[in-house]
Design a protein around this ligand. Structure first.
Ligand code: ATP
Ligand code: MG
Length: 729
């Protein structure tokens, strides 16, 4: 029988307590950000262990990341002690592995099976496609692999793929056959890929009733966090395990579904009530994380989405304050944005805020670079979560290796790194010979190569390729005398085929790598000499925050799910970056809604303060582009924001807008950036002669709210922000 309610239940509100104590039968908690879903789940875990007669290993809890699993375990341990250590707690993948380590033999896996990373998967599939004599230029293994993964996300083994599935037509209609062969190969080499970790479990449980009985009998209680981002295979897995007892508690927020590109299916939420009739539905409406201003802003934004289950947030604490308004900064460019953000971080730190409570959340990985540079200049410790720091990324290290060779021909480490990247047919065998010569003669690899090509030490084919590569290196080196570092870098990346290699790569992260390379070329503009830049890089590499040290967090919005910070900076709110162009191009209105959910996730990470910024121009691959403020800015309720430009406050919803004297921020900024509110200073007319801060003199072609189209002297037509333009004469 249940024992007396533990004291920690008292800290919950009545709805939360209901979700915690309704231990028997299906429960679905569907609630907005910061309403305590994760806290409910953790408390429920502790409650079950404290009051129900089960052993810890009879409870299964699923989180979205390993980090979240660690946090949940720590919290639960603090509530009920070491019993929490033995709970089956982890991500779907880690739990799948655990089950397969135990029962894998039944699906043909042998002890010690390996788990393939995406490189291995691709290599395997490529071998199969090669053997099938498919034209790999036309049918890329990477694309084939991602199609197979989508099938696996849906829980489809080869025999289950529907006859009319459009992906089947890939590779001359042979994708399904490739899928079969791929699965066969995996079995032969005793390996599983990530998708298999779940698929094999599904097969195991459906084909072996006694195992299903045993496993589902073991897990008497099942808990799932971030339920909105589960895919179909994961859902089927949960349903199988919970079917016998129905003690399944899922918590989620449809407004935070941001992984549809990885096969997540919001439909799982709707299905839940069908599959588990009589489920208790709990809605938590009190938010305990953020100030009411932040809540109003987030709610106002997400209200623009059509496909919602609909819910409102209100403050959960009587004492919850209005808090400061959301600061929206219009800045000139990325450098100014980084400067302002880091200045503010320092100011907050001086005011007593901890660095660990501050985060910069970006939409795309390359955006971290400028912030990293600035944080390094100011000596502010920082961490990049969910990815390497900018200069530690593979593509940046490769590019830097090319640059090092242009400065320093004897740099053998750099030579070795790029001699066969992209592939030039200079493989291990050649490199071994070069290394041997270099060692014996006590010379650098490049010098060794110069000598070897005059001999017959390597095959003629490799010799020719080596000769061509050496000629490239000499040419780039000579170019370095005349070209500025940025142009030199662009030339090298282009002529070496390095950028092209990533452009052609269809792996999901390849596009991000191309963006990072562009960012690098842009960053080089700030240096007069290549040597200066390389020195900078080596210093940058030495700035890792030490374990346990207070540090600012930098990460993508996707990685920030479920986390919270006192202060959140959301930079780069510009069209094309956020909402991201690709999301709109590929998924249209759906894509826009997912971007908006991502913005909602970003806003609701903050407890007290949010700063949003957008730049008027960005450097893209060494060119300046003018940018338009994100449409999401217009969707924030005006009373929640305070807009400010470099030259002072020029408008806030509450006070109306003030004209600040002088500077580029002065006349044309209107509180709502034109779209939703009246323009108060529309001073431009078609045909008028104007001067733009960076593009110079031109004539106005078109006026659209706060945006102008201008034909500049020289003929370039550009869309610009009216606020960066002054009338002439
Ligand atoms: P997200 O959707 O972002 O994952 P969530 O719904 O999981 O959010 P939690 O992270 O569990 O929300 O809770 C948000 C914050 O509110 C946490 O700091 C948590 O400790 C606090 N909190 C939750 N419930 C209460 C409560 N009843 N009293 C006081 N604080 C609470
Ligand atoms: Mg949560």
């Amino acid at each position: 029988a249940p024992v007396a309610a533990p004291a920690w239940l008292e800290t919950l509100n009545p709805e939360q307590r209901e979700a915690v104590t309704a231990t028997e039968g299906p429960v679905l908690v569907l609630s907005g950000a910061g309403t305590g879903k994760t806290r409910v789940l953790t408390t429920r875990l502790a409650y079950i262990l404290a009051t129900c007669r089960v052993r810890p290993w009879q409870v299964l809890a699923v989180t979205f990341t390993n980090k979240a699993a660690r946090e949940m375990r720590e919290r639960a341990t603090s509530l009920i002690g070491p019993d929490a250590e033995q709970v089956w707690l982890g991500t779907f993948h880690s739990l799948g592995v655990r089950l397969l380590r135990r029962h894998g033999a039944l699906v043909g896996l042998r002890p010690g099976f390996t788990i393939l990373d995406s490189d291995d998967q691709q290599r395997l599939l490529k071998q199969i496609m090669d053997a099938e004599r498919l034209d790999l230029k036309r049918w890329q293994p990477q694309v084939a692999l991602s199609l197979l993964q989508r099938w696996k996300d849906r829980g489809w083994l080869p025999e289950a793929v529907p006859a009319d599935d459009p992906s089947r037509s890939f590779a001359e209609g042979r994708l399904l056959d490739l899928y079969r062969q791929y699965q066969d190969r995996l079995m032969v080499v005793n390996a599983a890929d990530f998708g298999d970790l779940l698929l094999h479990c599904l097969t195991l449980l459906t084909r072996n009733p006694q195992v299903l009985a045993e496993v589902s009998g073991q897990f008497r209680y099942i808990l799932v966090d971030e339920y909105q981002d589960t895919n179909v295979a994961q859902y089927l897995w949960l349903r199988l395990l919970a079917r016998a007892h129905g003690n399944l508690c899922c918590v989620g927020d449809d407004d935070q579904s941001i992984y549809s590109w990885r096969g997540a299916a919001v439909g799982n939420i709707l299905r839940f009530e069908e599959d588990f009739p009589g489920a208790t539905l709990v809605r938590l409406e009190s938010n305990y994380r953020s100030t009411s201003t932040i809540l109003a802003a987030a709610s106002g934004l997400i209200r623009h989405n059509q496909g919602r289950l609909g819910k409102e947030l209100r403050s959960g604490l009587d004492t919850q304050e209005l808090g400061p308004p959301i600061k929206v900064w219009g800045v000139w460019d990325g450098a100014e944005e980084a400067r302002r953000v880091v200045d503010e971080i320092e100011a907050r730190q001086r005011a007593g805020d901890a660095l660990g409570g501050m985060a910069i959340l970006v939409r795309v990985g390359f955006q971290t670079r400028e912030f990293e540079e600035r944080l390094i200049v100011t000596g502010t410790p920082y961490r990049v979560i969910g990815g390497p720091r900018f200069y530690e990324r593979q593509e940046i290290r490769d590019a830097v290796a090319y640059l090092r060779l242009a400065v320093q021909p004897d740099d053998s480490l750099a030579f070795e790194r790029v001699v066969n990247v992209p592939r030039r047919g200079l493989g291990e065998a050649t490199l071994q010979i070069l290394n041997r010569v270099a060692r014996l003669e006590r010379i650098s690899l490049q010098e060794a190569a110069r000598r070897v090509i005059e001999t017959d030490e390597v095959r003629a084919a490799a010799r020719n390729k080596l000769r061509a590569f050496l000629a490239d290196l000499s040419r780039w080196r000579a170019l370095g005398d005349g070209l500025d570092p940025s142009s030199l870098c662009a030339t090298i990346l282009d002529e070496s085929g390095y950028v092209d290699m990533w452009r052609k790569d269809r792996a999901p992260d390849a596009e991000g790598r191309v963006e990072n390379l562009k960012e690098l070329v842009g960053a080089l503009k700030e240096f007069d000499t290549l040597e200066g830049f390389l020195e900078h890089v080596s210093l940058v590499m030495d700035n890792e925050a030490r374990a346990g040290e207070q540090a600012v967090t930098l990460m993508t919005l996707h990685a920030a799910k479920g986390l919270e910070f006192d202060t959140v900076f959301l930079p780069g709110w510009e069209e094309d970056i956020f909402p991201h162009r690709r999301a709109l191009e590929e998924s249209g209105a759906e894509g826009l809604e997912e971007e908006r959910r991502l913005a909602y996730v970003g806003l609701t990470r903050a407890r007290r303060r949010v700063y949003i910024s957008f730049a008027a121009s960005r450097r893209v691959f060494a060119d300046w582009r003018s940018c338009l403020p994100s449409r999401f800015l217009d969707e924030l309720p005006p009373e929640t924001v305070e807009r400010e430009s470099a030259s002072g406050v020029y408008g806030s919803g509450a006070q109306g807008h003030m004209d600040a004297p002088g500077g580029w921020g002065r006349v044309q900024q209107s509180p709502g950036w034109g779209r939703s509110s009246r323009r108060e200073a529309a001073t431009f007319q078609v045909g008028q002669r104007v001067v733009h801060d960076s593009f110079g003199v031109g004539d106005v072609l078109d006026v659209a709210g706060d945006r102008l189209e201008i034909v500049f002297e020289g003929g370039a037509v550009r869309k610009v922000m009216a606020s960066f333009v002054k009338a002439m004469g």
